[in-house]
Each structure stands twice: as C-alpha cells, then as structure tokens.
Design a protein around this ligand. Structure first.
Ligand code: UDP
Ligand code: MG
Length: 315
C-alpha cells in the first residue's frame, strides 16, 4: 500500500501550560498508529500559534529543534481559533494525505485518532469526532450549547450534533473546504456542506489538563452569533414575519378602535398605546440591528482582507 502522510494540526493560544505534554502525547499516538501500519503512514504535527503572548512560541521552537516532525506556524497577532485551524489546514494540505485537527488542551480524546485513520483507510473522507458525554463541561456550557444547536437546526443549519472541531479530513476534502472563500467562517457548519463519505467516532470529553479556557463568555457569544449569521439568513426572514404580524395586529387594532368608537365606548387607550409604542419601537430597533449585522458582514466579505497573517513558519 502507498504510504500516506498524516498531519495533526493543533491551534494554540497561550497554551504554555499544556503544550509540551500534549505534543508528546500526540507524537506517541502517531507512533502507535504508524506501528499498526494501517496506511503505512508518515506523520507529523503542525502547531499554529494564534498570536500567543505567553511562552507558547518559544516552546514550539524548542519542540521543533528537538524533533523535525514538529512544525510551527506563528500568526502576527491573535486571529482566533477558526483562522488558526484554516491556516493549519492550508499549510498541512501541501504535503499531507489526511489531516486531523485537535485542540491543544487534548480535551478531545487523542486516542481516537487511530480509529479516525481506520475509517479513512476504509474510504471515509471526513471523520467527525462526536462527544457522547459532556459531563466535564459546566452545566451552563452544556445547556447553552444544546439550546444553541437546537436553534441553529430550527433556522435550517445542518450541523453534526455534539461535534466541534475534532475531525479527520482527507486531502481532497480539505482542498474543497479551502475553496470556500468567505471571511466569516464557522468551520463546523461548512464541513457538512462539502459532501463526500463521512463517518463518526464517539469519545468522552475530558476536563482541560491545565490552564484555563481560551474561550471566555464574550468570545463564545461572538462565535455563536457568527455561526448563525454566517450560515443562514433566517433571522432576517424572521424579522419579515414579525413585521407582517405587527402590521396585521395594527389592522385589527384599527378595526377595534372603529367599532368601539361607533358603539360610543370611549377608548382610554393610554397604557395600551404606551405598551405598543415601546414594543414596536423595540422590535424595530432589534430588526435594524440584525439587518445591520448582515450588512456589516457583507462589508467584511467585500473587503476581502486576509483571514490571518503568518509571521513565521518553522518547517
Ligand atoms: N484557541 C485559539 N485562538 C483563540 C482561542 C482559542 O487558537 O483565540 C485555541 C486554544 O489554544 C485551544 C482551542 O482553540 O487549542 C480551544 O480553546 P479552549 O480549549 O480554550 O476552548 P474550550 O475547550 O474551553 O471551549
Ligand atoms: Mg478546551
């Protein structure tokens, strides 16, 4: 069988506490997979430093000098997890036949990479890592995430439930993905659009070994909102429906006012007037905000600025 090359892409933002041990672990996993000789692999690791301000880059340099299988790519500043993943895939696809993406904290079970490679060997182009257990995440994170994915589904976005960015992709799947030119990317929402044969691998998500989450609430909300607005225009449609309903309601109100007037009943409508005034005003402002968001997104897409800037590559 041809030898196939596996590259594991690891985005890292201020991960000095976990990076060394995570990379050792990934190296040993790659060795194990190579020993099983599923695809006669060669394997390496590409770490993408997303503008860390701690010692992450120094650690990457040290790892690279001690082992030529470890490569590094450094952004000129923090561009975000999704950009780091894209940059990693773009660099890796130059030489790899299959690419696995996994977070630097190894909360997603790296032992499952062997199973992913098995499924690839059996012909899958995309193998999703699916969490069958999120007990290690806080109650808040679990419920908000679940509600969020349900909402997305209602809005017509196809997502793999309980899958984040732990996945294996074949060279051609990555190349197809990289053809999507948009700047606002929510990777896990785009991958199901690629087609190809897909498979899933179950795993249990574990707590972070050290350090803290690099996704504080504010970043998570921004990410969630990007997911919705980059994948569907349903919110704008919802505004249209809401507006139509408000108009119908207004027509009803007019009829009601006319009838009561004719019947000679005085309308003391101060409170109802105030309520509807504030309500309609609120709906209008929210609607304008949502529409504004889409126009804002259009503006960024039109500018076609680079998604990220690579400052240094260690290869
Ligand atoms: N990360 C990144 N850029 C960022 C934030 C996070 O590259 O701006 C990386 C981070 O180093 C990690 C992965 O994205 O490898 C997921 O982050 P984290 O584990 O902190 O998120 P959580 O698991 O808490 O959702
Ligand atoms: Mg994590």
């Amino acid at each position: 069988m041809d030898t196939q090359k596996l590259t594991i892409v690891v985005p890292a933002y201020n991960e000095e506490e976990v990076l060394t041990s995570s990379i050792q672990k990934l190296l040993s996993i790659e060795d194990k997979i190579a020993a099983q000789n599923i695809m006669g692999q060669r394997a390496d690791i590409l770490i993408v430093d997303d503008g860390s301000v701690d010692h992450t880059w120094e650690i990457i340099e040290k790892l690279h000098h001690s082992n030529s299988r470890i490569r590094g790519l450094r952004f000129s500043r923090n561009f975000g997890h999704q950009s780091a993943l894209i940059a990693g895939m773009k660099e890796a696809v130059k030489s790899a036949d299959m690419i696995v993406t996994i977070d630097a904290d190894l909360q997603d079970d790296p032992e499952k990479i062997a199973e992913m490679v098995d499924k690839y060997a059996e012909g899958a182009d995309i193998v999703y890592g699916v969490r069958n257990n999120r007990e290690s995440d806080s109650w808040f994170k679990r419920t908000t995430a679940q509600g969020y994915y349900k909402t997305l589904k209602m809005l017509g976005v196809e997502l793999i439930p309980n899958h984040a960015d732990f996945r294996l992709m074949s060279k051609r799947a990555v190349e197809t993905f990289l053809d999507y030119p948009e700047r606002n990317v929510f990777i896990r929402g785009l991958i199901p659009k690629l087609g190809y044969k897909t498979e899933e691998v179950d795993y249990k998500r574990t707590p972070r070994m050290a350090g803290e989450s690099k996704y504080p609430l504010k970043k998570m909300l921004a990410f969630a909102w990007d997911g919705i607005t980059s994948l569907t225009i349903a919110p704008v449609r919802l505004i249209l429906i809401l507006g139509t309903l408000a108009c119908l309601l207004a027509v009803g109100m007019v009829a009601y006012a006319v009838v009561t007037k004719l019947l000679g009943m005085t309308v003391h409508g101060w409170s109802s007037l105030m309520v509807s005034l504030w309500f309609i005003g609120g709906v209008q402002m929210v609607s304008l905000g949502v529409i504004g968001e889409y126009i804002g997104k259009l503006t960024t897409e039109v500018k076609r600025r680079p998604r990220y800037t690579v400052q240094t590559i260690l290869e």
